[in-house]
Design a binder for this molecule. Structure first.
Ligand code: FAD
Length: 488
């Protein structure tokens, strides 16, 4: 009689190495049936956006290819996860389902029910941690409560050991004698019908191999300069690992191990100040998950309750939001960021902070509008990190930038894109402006504008910085009763 298989349910852990659920399935000794289920309703109000779907398509293709290299394959199915798993259990006579945990509120609720139902029907249901160094329920402050400030949170995390990454033993994966039916990737219809994704192809390599190449290259070449260069959007100063981490093509334990390996025999860890700062950014990702887990209402509602009363501008006029989305605000650093996002599915972190501050403070549009646009356009769209980033920028979240701290887009551009390479790349119609006018084209004399050929090709600012700043401060005052002014 053939041995009953284990169903390995892939989710945001699209890798073979350091995958505890896969290791456990192999260790069970029976055949393993790897499956991916496209269950949009199971994601609650946050099904994957367009750019994420593009990534998912290519990542699933890469995972299937890696599985086939090991004599296995990826079964694809679409529908409600519980029903699909039920059908697969019947079809394969599997005795167990293993998966790695996720932390989005709707997914937690679904998985909890699913685990109880499977267990009740006599199927072994086991979940593991592949996505985080420190799972949210394992970290608490002295009062046993969740942290809301990053520094003490991360200090507390670092008192615990980071588990080693778990390799998968080489060789074929145990396959069942008969494979169940599978949908095709084309059935998932994840790729856009209007081809807005042409800019993605040369930039990204979704999949485990692409993730490791990226990690290896960053650790060897850029990490030691990370502290100095991570705020310069024209430089390749950051790891660009975010979509790989989101989809679990590489895990944080593997990132940690790659950094640790640089310490070699010296034992000095982290091996450089750059490495230390980089690892603390990995810490921000952990913190984002901590917050989402403990404050599950935050993708929609501000963490700080008083912000529910914030006097947003009347947003019935959608033209400002549209100008922001399309990179037509008249502020070059903002427009460069929004165009980089549209064309590549990613935006540099410094510029994310600038464009988010601009939407929320200069345009006084609700941060939820920005979070929704990012959700649809980012290849690294992640409910935990996106929520933290937007609430931080709006000033209503944990450890947030104070509301009165308003990023001045011209100053930010001059400071972080000194030679204008970033703006010139993404806003080519103003590329011929001299450096001293590049971040504020409306201040250039007519003859300079004419020489640069920008007339009629690039908009004037849709809001005046000084007025918008004052209005934002007044709105904040109305909320708080007082305000301490400071310009960033
Ligand atoms: C408004 C706003 C929205 C954001 N939305 C997302 C999102 O949807 N998905 C996402 O992954 N990140 C988001 N971020 C965080 C950050 O901008 C990106 O993680 C980072 O730019 C990714 O580039 P990188 O991989 O080169 O980062 P690196 O600087 O190389 O950092 C390494 C890794 O650390 C993590 N990380 C770095 N900074 C942060 C941060 N501030 N918060 C959480 N994790 C961080 C990421 O996983 C990143 O890949 C957002 C930030 C802001 C201000």
């Amino acid at each position: 009689m053939s041995v009953s298989p284990v169903i390995l349910w892939f989710r945001n852990d699209l890798r073979l190495q350091d995958n505890p659920a896969l290791n456990a399935a192999v260790a069970s000794g029976g055949p393993v049936v790897p499956v991916y289920i496209l269950d949009e309703a199971g994601e609650g109000t946050w099904p994957a956006g367009g750019a994420s779907k593009w990534w998912l398509h290519h990542s699933l293709a890469a995972l299937d290819a890696s599985l086939r290299d090991r004599g296995s394959r990826l079964i694809l199915a679409r529908g409600e996860s519980g029903e699909v798993l039920g059908d697969l259990i019947t079809a394969t006579r599997a005795h167990a389902v293993y998966w790695n945990r996720r932390y989005e509120p709707a997914v937690i609720a679904r998985d909890k029910t699913l685990k109880a139902d499977l267990t009740a029907s006599g199927v072994e249901a086991k979940s593991y941690n592949s996505a985080l160094l420190f799972e949210p329920h394992t970290i608490a402050n002295k009062q046993g409560k969740p942290f809301q400030v990053f520094t003490p949170y991360w200090r507390q995390c670092l008192t615990q050991a980071v588990a080693a990454a778990a390799p998968l033993k080489p060789g074929p994966l145990p396959a069942p004698t008969h494979w169940p039916e599978s949908a095709t990737l084309a059935d998932f219809a994840l790729l856009p019908t209007i081809r807005w994704d042409s800019g993605f192809h040369g930039v990204w390599t979704p999949g485990e191999a692409g993730a490791h190449k990226q990690l290896k290259g960053f650790v060897a070449e850029a990490m030691s300069h990370y502290e100095d260069r991570r705020n310069l959007p024209a430089q390749p100063g950051t790891s660009r690992l975010s979509p790989h981490l989101h989809f679990g093509e590489v895990g944080p334990r593997q990132v940690w191990a790659a950094v640790r390996a640089l310490s070699g025999d010296s034992g000095v860890f982290p091996p450089s100040r750059g490495a230390q700062v980089f690892l603390s950014e990995i810490g921000w990702r952990e913190f984002a998950h901590h917050l989402l887990f403990h404050f599950p209402h935050t993708p929609e509602q501000p963490l700080r309750d008083d912000f529910k009363r914030f006097p947003w501008a009347d947003d019935h006029d959608a033209s400002k939001l549209t100008a922001w989305q399309r990179g037509q605000t008249g502020y070059p650093i903002v427009d460069a960021g929004m165009r980089e996002l549209w064309q590549t599915g990613w935006m540099h972190n410094r510029v994310r902070m600038i464009v988010a501050s601009f939407l929320v403070k200069h345009l006084r549009l609700p941060w939820q509008h920005g979070a929704a646009w990012f959700w649809d356009t980012l290849v690294d769209a992640d409910l935990a990190s996106n929520t933290l980033g937007w609430q931080w920028s709006a000033g209503c979240g944990a450890d947030a930038a104070p509301y009165f701290r308003i990023f001045a887009p011209v100053t930010q551009g001059e400071r972080f894109d000194v030679e204008g390479a970033y703006v010139r790349r993404w806003v080519p119609e103003i590329a011929r402006l001299p450096d001293n006018y590049l971040h504020a084209p409306w201040t250039a004399p007519d003859n300079v504008r004419a020489y640069a050929g920008i007339e009629g090709r690039y908009p004037d600012p849709i809001v005046d910085h000084v007025t918008a700043r004052q209005e934002a401060l007044t709105a904040f005052k109305a909320l708080r009763g007082h305000v301490e002014e400071r310009d960033a």
